[in-house]
Ligand binder design. Structure first.
Ligand SMILES: CC(C)(COP(=O)(O)OP(=O)(O)OC[C@H]1O[C@@H](n2cnc3c(N)ncnc32)[C@H](O)[C@@H]1OP(=O)(O)O)[C@@H](O)C(=O)NCCC(=O)NCCS
Length: 395
């Protein structure tokens, strides 16, 4: 028997909001994004960035509580064991060099396809039970850095590093990611900066990519499909792609200034006059500043300070851009702004910034997919029809 809709058409029209701004679209106990603070399962982001490793944060998000020492050891072993890629996924990455070199595909595209292919070989692919979903989450968490590393090796034309073991099992998640990409074991500071950036990027409630993953999971589709959808949504420059776009914009500003074409302020005023969006600024929820941005900015600046003047200049230009944005537009930087400069200072190639965001956010996506499957209701909003009125096709 059909039941009456939960809200009437008139009520729905009254609460309509473009881009779902200000609309609560579901419940979650994973994360709370507020102007006053960012919390993962009740733990505040500064506390986590300072005291937790990314592995601990991943456990918190996926298994639901702060791990004991024994639980953390077990979790790390499980994840390290899952790092290698199935040979056919590795072969796919090796075959992607031409697409990447031609520019027709970018690393986010290859990563999205590789995530999808991982589903074909996952023994739990079609099983949406909580236990199977948790196993798949750990495999995705483990394998995404391996995909990124193998891809960078292909781009750089070197043989694949750590193919058999998915890197070096003695290294942490963050250190192994850098090792897989370069073949060099990073120092403690670089490892710490990447580790903290992964923690900051791990989760952010109903952001566009997580919402995408939940919509897909809400049809009772599978985890790999929902994560592949998340990757596609994250790629856009209005979302995760902003960390790459922010760095490209900073390069443009520096070139503009160094070529004697004008000052940072001249560049900015021109951007304002042409209604150009400044990448790495603004946020749908944080209108008075993103809690994550100063944490990463401080770490990045400290690395730049050691590397020398040339690196420090990115942060000086960045500070000037921030001041002008705040003075003229009252818009604060989001985490992607310092991320661009920080990853650049660490020597990470720009097209890998958003894939590294994926390496972190996969924990949030998987936690949300599990939460959606555990208490599912299909996500199917209404639309406001603005098309033609009734007309006749036949004569
Ligand atoms: C993140 C973002 C999509 C949020 O969008 P939103 O909540 O819908 O806010 P709006 O796009 O409606 O912006 C409100 C106003 O601020 C302006 N604005 C917002 N972000 C801006 C930016 N980065 N540069 C210049 N102007 C910006 C808009 O043009 C708009 O001005 P208007 O009212 O005169 O038209 C938006 O700030 C943006 O595009 N930022 C750049 C991309 C980015 O850094 N994304 C990463 C987010 S973590």
């Amino acid at each position: 028997m059909a039941t009456a809709p939960a809200i009437s058409k008139e009520q729905a029209e009254a609460i309509y909001s473009r881009g779902l701004e200000g609309i609560i679209a579901g419940e979650t106990n994973i994360c709370s994004v507020e102007q006053g603070g960012l919390f993962y399962r009740g733990y505040e982001i500064h506390d986590l960035a300072q005291h937790a490793t990314f592995e601990e944060v991943a456990f918190l998000l996926l298994e639901g509580h702060k791990p004991s020492a024994a639980e953390l050891t077990r979790f790390k072993h499980e994840v390290v064991a899952e790092r290698p890629l199935p040979p056919f996924v590795r072969a796919f990455i090796e075959s992607s060099g031409g697409w990447l070199a031609s520019g027709r595909a970018v690393p986010m595209d290859v990563l999205r396809s590789a995530v999808s292919l991982l589903g074909h070989t996952d023994p739990d692919a079609q099983d949406n039970s909580p236990a199977a979903n948790l196993r798949k989450s750990k495999r995705l968490l483990a394998k995404i850095p391996t995909i990124i590393g193998h891809m960078q090796n292909v781009i750089d034309g070197r043989s694949i590093i750590g193919a058999e073991l998915g890197g070096d099992p003695s290294l942490s998640h963050a250190a192994n990611l850098l090792y897989l990409m370069t073949g060099h074991k990073p120092d403690a500071e670089a490892t710490k900066v990447i580790d903290v950036s992964l923690t900051l990027y791990a989760e952010h409630d109903f952001n566009a990519s997580t919402f995408t993953s939940r919509v897909i999971a809400g049809t009772l589709s599978d985890m790999h499909g929902a994560v592949a959808g998340g990757v596609a949504a994250l790629k856009g420059p209005l979302h995760g792609g902003a960390n790459e776009a922010a760095m490209e914009m900073l390069k443009e500003i520096r070139e503009f200034v160094d070529a004697g074409k004008g000052s940072v302020n001249d560049f900015m005023q021109n951007a304002f006059a042409t209604k150009r969006k400044l990448m790495g600024f603004g946020h749908r929820v944080y209108k008075n500043g993103d809690h994550r941005a100063p944490i990463l900015g401080k770490l990045g600046r400290a690395v730049a300070q050691k590397k020398g003047k040339d690196f420090l200049r990115w942060f000086d230009i960045g500070d000037e851009v921030e001041k002008i944005m705040l003075r003229d537009k009252k818009i604060h930087p989001n985490v992607d702004f310092p991320c661009g400069m920080t990853y650049y200072t660490l020597g990470i190639p720009v097209p890998q910034y958003t894939p590294i965001f994926v390496a972190a956010r996969v924990t949030g996506w998987c936690a949300h997919i599990m939460e959606q499957h555990a208490n599912n209701r299909i996500i199917r909003p209404l639309s406001k029809y603005t098309g033609e009125p009734l007309r006749k096709w036949g004569t």
